[in-house]
Design a protein around this ligand. Structure first.
Ligand code: BES
Ligand code: ZN
Ligand code: ZN
Length: 510
């Protein structure tokens, strides 16, 4: 999707559709809103006619398409719901609804009338960014394996008009920045949606190398031999079952835009397929496990956007990649594996593999880079999905300042997260019997936080935030219709907008 800014009125642009927001009207409200006068003039009175017929109510998800009698495209009125509930997320969803509805209808170009979305309490900057998110992400579909596709909107113009033309410089910057972020989410989705036969750990390494070349990032890939030298027994154990797709640890470094910025390490779980291993998953539970690499792919996206936006902190990405499948060479329940930091893990269940891989990646990031902060993203537990559903991620953090800043970034981007506790009760549950830590406990209690308590053993006291994205990383056929229109079925790219926002806001000094 191409994203442009035009200081003129939306109705003046030569586009296939003009998109305008309309608030929900009261039952007795009959006065035609002044904000719609321009659209009404362009459509020669047809907008007011639709309003008078009460066809336009302004309810959330409502779309009214009116063709201009002069044949120069359409006016699309998109409902914003009641004014008191208006926020950037409403804008994001509304822009996406419009783009989705125009799919397959011959509308290639649209102009969004920003002033109708930049309404209290949403600033013009926030509205512009939300329109970009909605339009770019709402237009996304994974079409790589489709013989034919319906054409959709290819170009979105954010039109400022009389009300906002004075803010052109700042709004142009906001739109350009957010277009880079949203396009990065699309890029992330395209990789996360790839099936496991195509997207192996080696393929993720290729993607990282290509990205590094394009953006001038340092990229290092550790193969099995190197991982063995480094005593990364966790990644090696999980990857040992796959003879066709061996494990990799991938490190990317973005040097930072500030002279003496802090260092943030971002670590991702990259299980390219999670069958459960010898503790094999039942059929249905396995069907979406190509998405078990979503955390690692999000880290690739975070590095990409961080470099494109030139965020202040230095950012180091570490991807722990392996395929978890059963075979004669697989790791087994009962095995004890030694990790990078010397701690041993007692494996009780080979399906709790993510934490076993992350153990090495976290310990490596901390030991090699001494980061000021450590953030990990992982589709780690089914318990997270049970606790919070598939729209929200779980946050566990040892640092209140970091947690608060991430919650603020979450509110600004509309990627919801909810903080969960981490106390000695959970820490005690993961203490090992014959090893230092155990990868599961016998009873299904507090699965999301016991997983976090396990990971804490590998962060060496670094201020740390763990994002369990098992639920929101992808939308499943059964539930995706309940998701906002900017999330089509499949990979969501969850965490990219959130963490990039956090990094962009991060103070320049430590
Ligand atoms: N990849 C799964 C977690 C998952 C479940 C992600 C559902 C997305 C949707 C993880 O490796 C796993 O299998 N976890 C087990 C842990 C258990 C064996 C302690 C789980 O949650 O069932
Ligand atoms: Zn698993
Ligand atoms: Zn997994």
């Amino acid at each position: 999707m191409k994203v442009l800014v035009d200081r003129r009125e939306a109705t003046a642009a030569a586009v296939d559709a003009v998109v305008t927001g309309v608030f929900e009207r009261g039952d007795k409200e009959t006065t035609f809103p002044r904000t719609l006068a321009r659209e009404d003039a362009a459509a020669k009175g047809l907008v007011k006619a639709a309003w008078d017929r009460r066809e336009v109510k302004g309810k959330l998800k409502e779309l009214t398409v009116i063709h201009r009698p002069d044949g120069r495209g359409r006016v699309v009125l998109v409902g914003l719901g009641p004014r008191p509930k208006f926020d950037p997320e409403v804008v994001r969803r509304a822009a996406a609804e419009a783009v989705r509805a125009l799919k397959g209808k011959g509308a290639r170009t649209i102009a969004v009338r920003l002033a109708t979305f930049a309404q209290e309490p949403v600033s013009s900057d926030a509205a512009a960014r939300a329109v970009v998110d909605g339009a770019v992400l709402g237009g996304y579909e994974f079409v790589k394996y489709k013989a034919t596709t319906e054409g959709g909107v290819e170009e979105t113009t954010v039109a400022l008009g009389e009300e906002l033309e004075r803010e052109e410089t700042t709004l142009r910057k906001a739109v350009e920045e957010q277009a880079l972020v949203a396009e990065t989410v699309v890029w992330t989705r395209d990789i996360a949606n790839l099936p496991a036969d195509v997207c192996s750990p080696a393929r993720l390494a290729d993607e990282a190398r290509a990205l590094g070349k394009e953006l001038g990032l340092k990229v290092t890939v550790f193969d099995e031999a190197k991982l063995a030298e480094m005593h990364c027994g966790g990644i090696l154990a999980v990857g040992s079952g796959s003879t066709s797709h061996p494990p990799r640890m991938i490190v990317l470094e973005y040097p930072g835009g500030a002279r003496r910025g802090k260092t943030v390490a971002v670590v991702g779980k990259g299980i390219t397929f999670d069958s459960g291993g010898l503790s094999i998953k039942p059929g249905l539970a396995m069907s979406n496990m190509k998405f078990d690499k979503s955390g690692a792919v999000a880290v690739l996206g975070i590095l990409r956007a961080a470099a494109l936006l030139k965020v202040p902190p230095r950012v180091v990405g570490v991807l722990a990649c392996a395929e978890n499948v059963p075979s004669g060479t697989s790791y087994r329940p009962g095995d004890v594996v030694r990790t990078y930091n010397g701690k041993t893990i007692e494996v009780l269940n080979t399906d709790a593999e993510g934490r076993v891989c992350l153990a090495d990646a976290l310990a490596y990031a901390v030991d090699q880079y001494r980061p000021d902060e450590l953030i990990d993203l992982a589709t780690l537990t089914g318990a997270q999905v049970v606790a919070l559903g598939d729209a929200m991620a779980g946050l566990v953090s040892t640092d209140d300042r970091l947690a608060t800043a991430l919650l603020a970034a979450s509110a600004a981007t509309g990627e919801p997260i909810w903080r969960m506790p981490l106390t000695d009760y959970y820490r005690a549950l993961v203490k090992g019997d014959v090893g230092d830590v155990r990868n599961t406990i016998e009873i299904p209690l507090g699965g999301m936080v016991t997983a976090a308590a396990f990971l804490e053993n590998f962060v060496d006291g670094t201020p740390w935030a763990h994002l369990d994205i098992a639920g929101p990383a992808y939308t499943t056929p059964g539930t995706f219709r309940y998701q906002p229109a900017y999330q089509n079925r499949g990979a969501v790219g969850f965490g990219v907008r959130l963490v990039v926002k956090y990094l962009a806001e991060a103070s320049r000094a430590t």
